[in-house]
Design a protein around this ligand. Sequence first.
Ligand SMILES: Nc1ncnc2c1ncn2[C@@H]1O[C@H](COP(=O)(O)OP(=O)(O)OP(=O)(O)O)[C@@H](O)[C@H]1O
Ligand SMILES: [Mg+2]
Length: 484
Amino acid sequence: MENTQDPQNTQSALPNALPGWLRGLSARLLILTAVFVMLSEVLIYVPSIARFRLTFLEHRIADAHLASLVFKVTPDNVVSKSLVLELLSNAMVRGIVLKRREVRTMMLMEEMPPKVDVTYDLRGAGAVQLIVDAFTTLAMGDRTLRVVGSFPDQSAGSLDVIVDEALLHKAMIDYSTNIVKLSFVISLLTAGLVFLSLRLLMVLPMRRITASMVAFRKAPENANAVIADSRRGDEIGTAQRELRHMQDGLRTALTQKAHLAALGVAVSKINHDLRNILATAQLVSDRLGEVEDPTVRKIAPRLMKSIDRAIDLCSQSLSFGRADEAAPNPTAFSLRALVDDVAGSAGLPDDGSISWRNLVGEDMVVNADREQMFRVLINLARNAIQALTPEERQGDISIAAEWGDTGVIIEFSDNGPGLPERAREHLFEAFTGSARAGGTGLGLTIAKELVQAHGGDLTLLSSGDPGCSNGGTVFRIELPGAPP
Ligand SMILES: Nc1ncnc2c1ncn2[C@@H]1O[C@H](COP(=O)(O)OP(=O)(O)OP(=O)(O)O)[C@@H](O)[C@H]1O
Ligand SMILES: [Mg+2]
């Protein structure tokens, strides 16, 4: 049957929603890598801008401390205005206030001290607070700040500086711009490298694999469509090797299937015409049965039996060739009567060398396709008779049935030699299960298929086991259902 869903259509449905250049795996990886690198740069930027602001302000405190040393060389603490301005401009601050506990407050200040908008105490400020302050500075940028720090020499007291926020703001903006430029370059470089390596390591080999899959799907018989072997030890290498095994296996199976199909057609044709020829032979042999000659009378039944068997074989092979064995048509029937019917048609020897014991209860009524169950039992019966025929001792075939938990269980036993090793290995396999000269190896296969079509199973229970009561073979048929 033709697959209604074209895999290529399903494949292209999603990617078509995206612009062409974005459809490939590598382009998407390139963009994702760039975005992730930018994202990590942003995460790094947040603490580093806070750190930058703290360092800037700490430098102002340190510069102010240096400037304040001027008091040490002026005994009367009087400093000229021009020197004050020069000291303040060098320290990049607008005013310095020194408070030592034991010494009075001293200050260096512009002539018109500016009005302070906000005070920041750098001593013991927490990380989160520093980040918040940094972003406030970035947002405002034009306030006058009073920054409180401690003396660099760890002595008691504090050092205040008045700073123009604009100075700090400009430095922070310059720093941020540099970071943005740098992250851009880094993310592009990283993305490019990731892109190239992924392309070489994954995308190109994946393309080779998909191309081979598509080519193989289109023409599985083409040997060139099979992917080359890979020496890679990673997952791609494994995928490539597994694909190759799969393609090899599929091609072999395909060739075998084609051979079998051709063989099947040939066998069916031969069977069909052979059946017609045999029908004529049957007519002639029926007439032979009427001849009075004792020799002819003796051999005619055997001839007729052989022809019957040959016709049966043709019919069986033909019905096996048909993929659609008719579905079972269940009716309620007496199993005991069916077993009797089978005994009549199985070709039991007239000399009584094989006894047929029907142990099925009178009241055993099962619900199944009677015709198909007949075929199942007659195949088992013929096998048993064939196994028992050259035996010296008295042959015995017995059929018993009882109700189990899920349905009826039929046990078909004989006291023959058991299954030969070769038959056991391929039991229930068409054409390979036979270990008998002239056997086709279809009997048990057909029987099992028929029972399985009923939802049951045919299994070999024991064969030639020394522990078994008669040492022969026991097949078990399980048919689902319940006593009526
Ligand atoms: N009751 C049995 N005792 C011993 N061997 C058996 C018995 N039933 C089956 N076998 C073995 O299993 C093989 C497979 O049986 P199966 O009925 O599938 O094929 P077949 O009898 O060889 O050919 P056909 O298609 O004509 O039935 C037989 O060739 C035979 O060797
Ligand atoms: Mg058979």
